[in-house]
Design a protein around this ligand. Sequence first.
Ligand code: 6GU
Length: 250
Amino acid sequence: MNFYVLTLFPEMIEAGTGTSITGRAMKNGIISMEAINIRDYACNKHKHVDDYPYGGGAGMVMQAEPICLACDDIRKRTGKKPRVVYMTPQGKTFNQKIAKDLAKEEDLILLCGHYEGIDERVIDMEVTDCISIGDYVLTGGELAAMVVMDAVSRMVPGVLTNDDSGMDESFENDLLEYPQYTRPEVYRDMKVPDILLSGHHANIERWRREQSILRTAENRPDLLRKAVGSFDKKDRKFMRENGLGDFLEE
Ligand code: 6GU
């Protein structure tokens, strides 16, 4: 997977990528990332990339030309026509399904906006996908692009090793993860749940499943409503015994 990030702040993207699991994948050549400064494609001598909005109003709008020229250049250099993902709070809310879908691509262009947005003609001509990372406003698309690259990268085959897990994780089965503990057995008078020390694997699996259900009920009732569809008899009994019976009815 090759990411091309179009941004006015390439240093920000460079500073936020290349560590941990994604850093290893970059060294292994499974993924690559190039931060491209949109300003390098400004044709005017002052290198400005924004201007006042037609019709008036607050703020500045990023102009179409440097962004389109940057996209042209990537297509020319690669000989390919990658999807162009525009990071914007007006986009579809990002989720695990979108991450998996984007991970199938060989190349992706991520376009980061700033100011009051970009000229709509870029969206009409170049952009294939608009993505938001949630219902709040950031000053620019850079942090959102880093979020998307991280989530997409770990779905690219070969990026996660066995040690990184990633199989039974939150959102795979619409349940949140169960609590984890490591040594020491007692920390500041708080003991690791006995069952985890019992060595009884079936009971541990059952306990973890129930903890996942309780945690999802508490923090993400919307997810639990989706998850109950695939619940078995034991799960349903546990739900009823713990005051969660209402989730079982449509
Ligand atoms: Cl993708 N961009 C900006 N500027 N703000 C956001 C966002 C993106 N997603 C949520 N808030």
